[in-house]
Design a protein around this ligand. Structure first.
Ligand code: ASP
Ligand code: MG
Length: 412
């Protein structure tokens, strides 16, 4: 008997018919002799719709009220999924994050899970129930509902699996697993049978939408296998795990584009110690996450400092940069939203020379200008113009022959 946590995303529970299918799959796993805990997302586009609703009421909603509102999406799903399980002969029981013992830190709309009290879940499992837990939410020690950031149900599932010492965490979604590139952009993209935590972490943070980055961090920390697979077919999907045997044969595992990036530059900053510390200190004090950073030498006395942030944080980042700019006597601040970050990822990269050069050449062949570059041991990222992002992904995918040779690609 294994303990399996199964998480179903918004599309998978998007209609009554689909909810029944989810219930059947969970009950089948239970009847195969396993213990099952389900984690579900809000149905379809519910979370987006709730956000739109709030936008009509308040331009800058109170984060506490936003969490109160958003957490209802998952509560609809759990009640329906638990009822579906019971309707077909199982013992489904819905639990909110709080009822499932999920405690979060007190940070509305992007809380981290602080700890999970599993007593109630264990009791229910021992009693042959299939608990259906609301993803994306938890409660603080002061009793406030907090959500975990968009896509956070994955993190709920992995954290629960770790806390329960589950044998496997299965993430059911509307794609067949993790691909070498987004198959909607690159039709010949290939399904990866396995991928390492580090590679998945990079891909997830770089904009591949399959898994919430924090869920991969937890899985790595607890050495928990995640299987990403489709709700709509029986394919085995992709296993995310520690070691990757294929690593050295394929230095580049995948290519991805992040369209949610914006660029900010502080122009003609006096070249003296402490300026970068002042700017990035001020940004971090306001909780703004900076991604890529460049500093270029303009002349004898001045530099330009450029960096990227997510689009949501652009306005605040520009404000802070303007403040600091005035203080240090910079010439001005410019920003650009029409950018994208295209990246290649692979843990085998460290052992192979010329990987970055090959990527730059592929972009050059497409007349694509590179505005910023950053590298790590397992990735190379380039900021380019947004309108060229898809073309860039195709060119780079092709340059590294990621589409071939083929273990059969499954239809999505
Ligand atoms: N419903 C939330 C969202 O759309 C959480 C999730 O689905 O993972 O972001
Ligand atoms: Mg998701």
């Amino acid at each position: 008997m294994a303990l399996i946590v199964q998480k179903f995303g918004g599309t998978s529970v998007g209609s009554p018919e689909r909810i029944l299918k989810v219930a059947e799959r969970a009950l089948r796993t239970k009847r195969d002799g396993h213990q099952v805990v389900l984690v579900v997302s809000a149905m379809g586009h519910t979370t987006d719709e709730l956000l739109e609703l709030m936008e009509k009421i308040a331009v800058r909603p109170n984060p506490r009220e936003l969490d109160m509102l958003l957490s209802t999406g998952e509560q609809v799903s759990i009640a329906l999924v638990a009822s579906a399980i019971s309707a077909i002969g199982g013992k489904g029981i819905s639990l909110t994050g709080a009822q499932a013992g999920i405690r979060t830190e007190p940070l509305h709309t992007k809380a981290k899970i602080a700890d999970i009290q599993t007593d109630r879940l264990r009791q229910l499992l021992a009693d042959d129930h299939i608990p259906v837990v609301a993803g994306f939410q938890g409660i603080t020690y002061n009793g406030e509902i907090c959500t975990l950031g968009r896509g956070g149900s994955d993190t709920t599932a992995v954290a629960l699996a770790a806390a329960l010492k589950a044998d496997m965490c299965e993430i059911y979604t509307d794609v067949s697993g993790v691909y070498t590139a987004d198959p909607r952009v690159v039709p010949e993209a290939r399904l990866l049978p396995e991928i390492s935590y580090d590679e998945m972490l990079e891909l997830a943070s770089l904009g591949a939408q399959v898994l919430h980055p924090r869920s991969v961090e937890y899985a790595k920390q607890y050495n928990l296998f995640i299987r990403v697979r489709s709700t709509f077919d029986e394919g085995l999907g992709t296993v995310v795990k520690g070691v990757n045997e294929l690593e050295n044969q394929t230095p580049v595992r995948g290519v991805t584009a992040d369209l949610n990036q914006a660029k900010v530059a502080l122009k003609e900053v006096p070249d003296r110690p402490g300026v970068a510390a002042r700017l990035f200190g001020a940004l971090s004090d306001r909780g703004i996450n900076v991604d890529m950073i460049t500093q270029s030498v303009r002349g004898e006395q001045t530099n330009d400092i450029g960096f990227t942030v997510t689009k949501e944080e652009l306005e605040r980042a520009v404000q802070v940069t303007e403040e600091v700019g005035r203080e240090v006597g910079a010439k001005g601040v410019v920003s650009d939203e029409d950018v994208a970050k295209v990246s290649i990822v692979g843990s085998g990269m460290v052992n192979h020379a010329g990987i970055a050069a090959k990527m730059f050449q592929a972009l050059a062949d497409g007349q694509i200008n590179i505005q910023m570059i950053s590298t790590s041991e397992i990735k190379v990222s380039c900021v380019i113009s947004r309108s060229q992002a898809q073309q860039a992904v195709r060119l780079v995918h092709n340059a590294f022959h990621l589409g071939a040779p083929l273990p059969a690609v499954e239809a999505t």
